[in-house]
Design a protein around this ligand. Structure first.
Ligand code: AMP
Length: 121
């Protein structure tokens, strides 16, 4: 999506739609997913638009590394001290709904149930 036609995450970045912020710096924003699938479920996005993992360029490696390195720090801060899952849905067949690259981080609190095994739904 262009600047004129932002995705829902673009609108969050512009401040047009609220979010429950987990973390922000000049390059990255993390916020809680509006439809959590576990006790804790948040998304890490780059501020610069990369539509999809399928469109990543070699020059995007530093921001991708930063997002991935933030994942365990933020997961711990959010109470996921006994494990969590990460997911990057990519493209139509990967069931990507929002075309602004995002890492899902989700898991249950310690003492809760392990996440269900992923399946093909
Ligand atoms: P994906 O299928 O990987 O593209 O997932 C997009 C995710 O964005 C879904 O888990 C949605 O629940 C989540 N989502 C959509 N709109 C919002 C919003 N306004 N605030 C937070 N999360 C959202």
């Amino acid at each position: 999506m262009s600047d004129d036609n932002p995705t829902i995450f673009g609108k969050i970045l512009r401040g047009e739609i609220p979010c429950r912020k987990v973390y922000e710096d000049d390059e990255v924003l993390a916020f809680h997913d509006i439809h959590p699938v576990a006790d804790v479920h948040f998304l890490i996005i780059p501020k610069r638009l990369i539509p999809s993992l399928a469109e990543v360029q070699p020059g995007d490696a530093p921001i991708l590394g930063k997002m991935l390195a933030l994942a365990p720090l933020l997961a711990r801060e959010q109470g996921l001290t006994d494990g969590f899952r990460t997911a990057i849905n990519t493209g139509r067949l990967g069931r990507q709904d929002v075309y602004h690259l995002h890492i899902h981080i989700f898991g249950n609190k310690p003492g809760g149930d392990p996440l269900k095994v992923m399946h093909g739904n």
